[in-house]
Design a protein around this ligand. Structure first.
Ligand SMILES: Nc1ncnc2c1ncn2[C@@H]1O[C@H](COP(=O)(O)OP(=O)(O)OP(=O)(O)O)[C@@H](O)[C@H]1O
Ligand SMILES: [Mg+2]
Length: 394
C-alpha cells in the first residue's frame, strides 16, 4: 500500500484491475483469519478459564469422554428409542431408570458410542455434586460454541449461568449429553425448587439430546417433558450370553441361561457370577455347579460383605450392597420403613405378593414399632420409585 501511495508504484500494480482485486483478497483473508482465530479460541478456552466456575480444582481434570463398554447384550428396544430421540428430540429428554445394577450406565455408554460413531458431539458427566455439574455443563456449552462474552456476562452476574448454558444448547445441533448416576435428583434442581420446573441444569430445551441415568423412576421427579425408559431384568437369551461372554468354557448356552434366570437376569449379578466363573482359582467353574452351589452358599458367593461397602461408589458394584445405597437414601428422606418392608418381601417365595398380605400389624410385629397405613404406603411408594418393587402387569 505504501508503494502504491508513493511514486514508486511497481509496474504490475499500476493497473487498477490488478490492484483492487488484490486488496479485496487481502481483506477477505483478514476476515477469514479473525473468524478462524475465534474458532480456535472456543476450542482451547474451556480448560484455561473454567477454574472460576467450579468450587475446587478437582473437576477440571474430569473427562467429558464417555466410558468404554465392551459387548453389551440385549437392550435393543431402549437403544432404538434413544436413537429416535437423538434424531428428533422435540423438546424432550430421556431418563434411563431402574434399580441399581440393572445396566443404566452400560446402556447409556453404548448409546454414546453409537452417537459418536454417527458424528454427534458426545459429552459425559458423572454426577457427583452440583458444583461439578455446573462446571461440566459450562464446559459442554463452550465446546458447543458458547461465546466468551456471554459466559463473562453470566459470571459477572448479569445473566443466569444455567440460562446462558441452555441458550447455547438450544442453538447448537447434533450433540448428546449424558448425566450419569443422577440418583438424587432433588440435589440437581435449583435450591428449593422442583427439578420438573426446568429452571436448573436439567431442561428439555436442547436442540441436541440430554440423557439422564438414575435410580429414581418417578415421573413426578422428572416432569412432563421427560421420556422415562425403565430397564427391566434381561431376558434369558441376552442374560445367558453375558455369562457365556465372561466364561466361554463353563458350559452350554442352555446351562448359562438356566443360571442367568436363577440370578434374576440382573446384569450386576450376571457380571459378578461371570467374573467368578472365569477366575482360575474359583471352586465352581461351570454354570451348573455354580447354580447348584447358590442354593446353599448364596451368602458366600453373591452375598459376601465388602470391606469398603460404606463408600457408595464401591457399594454399587457389589450385589449385596448396591440396593442398600437406595435404602439408605430412602432412610435419609425419612422413609425408614422401606428397609424392613423390602427385607420382609425378600423372605417370601419368588411370586407376586398380594399387597393386602403386608399389613401394618405384620410390620409392627417385625419392627417392634407402631406402623400406620400411611407409613406403609409411603414405604411401598419409595421402593417402587427406586425400582426395588415392581408390579405385575395383570
Ligand atoms: N446389557 C448388558 N450387557 C452386558 N453387561 C451388562 C449389561 N448391562 C449391565 N452390564 C454389566 O452389569 C454391571 C452393572 O451395570 P451398570 O453399572 O450399567 O448398572 P447401573 O444400572 O448403572 O447401576 P447403578 O444404579 O449402580 O449406577 C456392569 O458391570 C456392566 O458391565
Ligand atoms: Mg450407573
Amino acid at each position: 500500500m505504501t508503494n502504491y501511495a508513493s511514486a514508486a508504484v511497481p509496474g504490475w500494480a499500476a493497473h487498477a484491475w490488478v490492484i483492487w482485486p488484490l486488496f479485496a483478497v487481502l481483506v477477505l483473508a483478514g476476515i477469514g483469519l479473525v473468524l478462524w482465530n475465534r474458532r480456535l479460541d472456543v476450542a482451547t478456552r474451556p480448560l484455561a478459564r473454567l477454574g472460576r466456575v467450579g468450587r475446587s480444582g478437582r473437576g477440571r481434570h474430569d473427562s467429558l469422554h464417555p466410558p468404554h463398554v465392551e459387548r453389551v447384550r440385549g437392550r435393543e428396544t431402549e437403544l432404538a428409542e434413544l436413537a429416535g430421540m437423538l434424531r428428533r428430540p422435540r423438546g424432550r429428554f430421556a431418563v434411563l431408570c431402574a434399580a441399581g445394577g440393572m445396566g443404566k450406565t452400560t446402556v447409556a455408554a453404548q448409546f454414546a458410542s453409537q452417537a459418536n460413531a454417527a458424528g454427534w458431539r458426545v459429552f459425559w458427566v458423572r454426577w457427583r455434586d452440583s458444583a461439578e455439574l455446573a462446571q461440566q455443563m459450562v464446559q459442554t456449552a463452550l465446546a458447543c460454541g458458547l461465546p466468551e462474552a456471554e459466559l463473562e456476562s453470566a459470571r459477572a452476574g448479569r445473566a443466569s449461568l444455567p440460562d446462558t448454558v441452555w441458550r447455547q444448547l438450544g442453538r447448537a445441533r447434533r450433540w448428546l449429553l449424558v448425566v450419569d448416576n443422577a440418583d438424587e435428583p432433588q440435589e440437581i434442581g435449583p435450591a428449593g425448587e422442583p427439578l420438573a420446573d426446568y429452571r436448573g441444569w436439567i431442561r428439555p430445551h436442547g436442540r441436541g439430546l440430554l440423557v439422564m441415568t438414575s435410580r429414581d423412576c418417578s415421573p413426578q421427579t422428572w416432569g412432563p417433558r421427560a421420556r422415562l425408559l425403565p430397564l427391566k431384568p434381561l431376558p434369558a437369551q441376552s442374560a445367558g450370553q453375558i455369562l457365556v461372554d465372561a466364561a466361554p468354557t463353563a458350559g452350554t448356552a442352555q446351562q448359562a441361561r438356566d443360571l442367568a434366570m436363577r440370578l434374576g437376569g440382573l446384569p450386576l449379578a450376571l457380571h459378578a457370577a461371570g467374573t467368578y466363573l472365569a477366575g482360575p482359582t474359583s471352586r465352581y467353574r461351570t454354570f451348573t455347579t455354580y447354580r447348584q452351589a447358590l442354593e446353599h452358599e448364596l451368602p458366600l458367593l453373591l452375598g459376601a460383605e465388602h470391606p469398603d461397602a460404606s463408600h457408595p461408589r464401591v457399594a454399587r458394584t457389589v450385589v449385596r450392597h448396591t440396593w442398600e445405597v437406595s435404602l439408605d437414601q430412602l432412610a435419609r428422606e425419612g422413609n425408614a420403613l422401606a428397609r424392613p418392608v423390602l427385607r420382609l418381601l425378600a423372605v417370601l417365595a419368588e411370586a407376586p405378593v398380594p399387597l393386602s398380605l403386608i399389613t401394618p400389624d405384620l410390620l409392627s410385629a417385625v419392627t417392634g414399632d407402631d406402623v400406620t397405613f400411611p407409613a406403609l404406603e409411603a414405604a411401598f411408594a419409595g421402593l417402587h420409585r427406586y425400582g426395588l418393587l415392581d408390579l405385575p402387569h395383570s
